[in-house]
Design a protein around this ligand. Structure first.
Ligand code: HEM
Ligand code: NAG
Ligand code: NAG
Ligand code: NAG
Length: 594
């Protein structure tokens, strides 16, 4: 009977039992191509290849159809080259102007990226195997790959040494910035603060519970503007015409103080109460750059309310507020796809936000934030050491928690200065002093979470595993250091690997950040409820007036419509000497349409 059940299991999962000497035979990550390693007794395992398109003892052989798919689908390195190499730009310029062809490709990008993310979630940091809780308990970040089992010979499975390198040494040797390296393609601080501002609405590690938990929602919920729950939202609302509370200082609109909107904020004790501003995210007093974005979205919300009210004088405060919030959410995604992701991908293909392209496709309108996505988004090297606001230099310590900087210079000058100052390059030896501690924490959290090695993530996201340390990084000294410290390329930790990885040509980031981040990003953006057919129609947003605000939103308009005086060169790149003086020339960006 026992043998019978045993055989049945084997037949059902169509693999064969392997023998291994390791304590937990799954420690060597033997199953390929998404196959699941299941232990069978104390020293056997079995690869479950079901629904992967592969078969064989290790799920190493593609089925006919999968083989054909693989043949047709180029390697990510090739795709990236085609999309970013200046030599092919003319082809994309043509394709971008053929609507039918553009739509086909845009849909393909949405689908191929999103299908790499498990939906519903199957893993969290609490178990190395599938649990129902992974799908149901949203207090957990999800996981792209399950944790390394705890009963393995080494912390990274079977590869490498029995102890991981000293984290202080790693940070000092690999991360510390000695001289500032600017981002290669001209990204600026407007980009840097956008990245931080936007992503902190969903990267919210619940440190009290542990590195695997989140206190946030699981996607674009604009909670960084309206607060994490209803109570905060109510405190930020003016309860008049849908608007949010503001105050006027030096003739400009700013967020209210916590005395006016008593929400929970995290300010250090030395910041007086009359300088503590109330913002949707408790950390956003940290940097004037975050304060700038908080203010601009606040003004935009109130502007949208006024537009909606002019068309709907019959609506009460509640309907105006709720609808304006949906418009702001839509504008956010539009700007993220068409300005932000367009900029950071460096694609010559024009990315567009068109939810209707997914109607009728097999696509899940649900999302979970993964802990790997959070880790790879620790883009602290983007931060410079000092800030040049209109010629006045602020060293980092003077800038932190100092909202006076923004009030004194005014929002327009802040935006102008951020647009002109280069961001740092996302690479090794480029962490500012204040962020070294964060880098250290990230590595330590990765260890607590037992994140699988970089190479396992590369395989999962269709990249070739690195074969040597020289293959991983272009810095010889770092390669030698890492070889000595880790002993085996298959033992390099996720975050450390991401930060030292050599960039492909025409890339702002290493290839693993792009290929792992891309799917989580596309999935997170396009699975938003507002992208689903019952939401994505004019009436949801107050009619054509609101729908059009979303469909024509851009970074430039977001700023230029809400700033006093001449609009600065709003863009995610520092202005080039060759740029036209006024960026508003060819657009009606200053005109407020009704
Ligand atoms: C001077 C600028 C910055 C400072 C001082 C700073 C500081 C911090 C601190 C103290 C944490 C808490 C994490 C910990 O210690 O475990 C953190 C987390 C984080 N930071 Fe930054 N950061 C800065 C800029 C940025 C930028 C530009 C990004 C780009 C996207 C970024 C992305 C993140 C992410 C994703 C987290 C994890 C958040 C979470 O899960 O709660 N940070 N940062
Ligand atoms: C989620 O998991 C955590 C940790 O085990 C637990 O404290 C919490 O109650 C769970 N939440 C739900 C809704 O089950
Ligand atoms: C600061 O920015 C101004 C332009 O606003 C520029 O002229 C000046 O050279 C910059 N200073 C430094 C030290 O980068
Ligand atoms: C970096 O921070 C340390 C304290 O953490 C401080 O002693 C040192 O002077 C700082 N270095 C620079 C260049 O700011």
């Amino acid at each position: 009977m026992k043998t019978y059940v045993f055989l049945l299991v084997i037949l059902k999962v169509s693999g064969r039992i392997r023998f291994s000497t390791a304590e937990n035979p799954c420690c060597s990550f033997p199953c390929q191509n998404g196959g699941v390693c299941m232990t069978m007794g104390h020293d056997n395992y079995l690869c479950d290849c079901a629904n992967t398109g592969y078969y064989g003892d290790y799920c190493e052989t593609a089925t006919f159809w999968q083989g054909l798919k693989n043949l047709l689908r180029p390697h990510p390195d090739t795709t990236n080259h085609l999309l970013t190499d200046p030599g092919y730009k003319w082809i994309w310029d043509v394709i971008n102007n053929i609507p039918f062809l553009h739509s086909v490709l845009m849909r393909l990008i949405y689908l191929l990226r999103a299908e790499m993310v498990d939906s519903p979630a199957v893993y969290t940091s609490a178990h190395t195997y599938v649990t129902f809780e992974a799908a149901a308990n949203t207090s957990y970040f999800m996981r792209g790959l399950p944790p390394v089992p705890t009963d393995c010979p080494t912390p990274m499975g079977v590869a490498g040494k029995s102890e991981l390198p000293d984290v202080d040494y790693l940070v000092e040797r690999l991360f510390r910035r000695h001289t500032f390296t600017a981002e290669t393609y001209g990204s600026n601080l407007l980009f840097t603060f956008f990245a931080q501002h936007f992503t902190h609405m969903f990267f919210k590690t619940d440190v009290n519970r542990g590195a695997g938990f989140t206190w946030g929602g699981h996607g674009v919920d604009v909670s960084h503007i309206y607060g994490p729950e209803k109570d905060t939202e109510n405190k930020l609302r003016a309860f008049k015409d849908g608007r949010l509370k503001t105050q006027t200082i030096n003739g400009e609109e700013w967020p209210p103080l916590i005395s006016q909107s008593p929400v929970k904020m995290l300010y250090p004790a030395n910041v007086p109460r009359e300088k503590q501003f109330a913002i949707g995210h408790e950390f956003f007093g940290l940097l004037p750059g975050l304060f700038v974005y908080a203010t601009i979205w606040l003004r935009e919300h109130n502007r949208v309310c006024d537009v909606l009210k002019s068309v709907h004088p019959e609506w009460d405060d509640e309907q105006l507020f709720q609808t304006a919030k949906l418009v702001i959410l839509g504008e956010t995604i539009k700007i993220v796809v068409e300005d932000y992701v367009q900029h950071l991908s460096r694609y010559n293909f024009k990315l567009t936000f068109e939810p209707e392209l997914l109607f009728g496709q097999s696509f899940q309108y649900q999302n979970r934030i993964s802990v790997e996505f959070n880790h790879l988004y620790h883009w602290h090297p983007l931060m410079p050491d000092r800030f040049n606001i209109s010629g006045r230099l602020y060293e980092m310590p003077e800038f932190l928690f100092n909202t006076d900087v923004a009030l004194e210079h005014g929002l327009t000058t802040m935006v102008d200065s951020f647009a002109r100052q280069p961001a740092g390059k996302m690479t090794y030896h480029n962490h500012a002093n204040v962020t070294l501690e964060v880098a250290k924490d990230t590595i330590l959290q990765g260890r607590q979470l037992r994140l699988q090695p970089l190479n396992e993530y590369r395989k999962k996201f269709r990249l070739h595993p690195h074969t040597s340390f020289g293959d991983l990084t272009d810095d010889r000294e770092i390669a030698e250091d890492l070889e000595r410290l880790y002993g085996d390329i298959d033992a390099v930790e996720f975050y450390v690997g991401l930060m030292v990885e050599a960039h492909r040509p025409n890339s702002m980031f290493g290839p693993t950040i792009i290929e792992v981040g891309g799917p989580f990003s596309v999935k997170g953006l396009m699975s938003n409820p507002i992208c689903s057919p019952k939401y994505w129609r004019p009436s949801t947003f107050g009619g054509d007036v609101g729908f059009d605000i979303i469909k024509t939103a851009s970074l430039k308009k977001l700023f230029c419509r809400n700033l006093k005086g001449e609009c600065p060169p709003v863009s995610f790149s520092v202005p080039m000497a060759t740029d036209p003086v006024s960026q508003c020339e060819d657009e009606d960006c200053l005109k407020v349409e009704l």
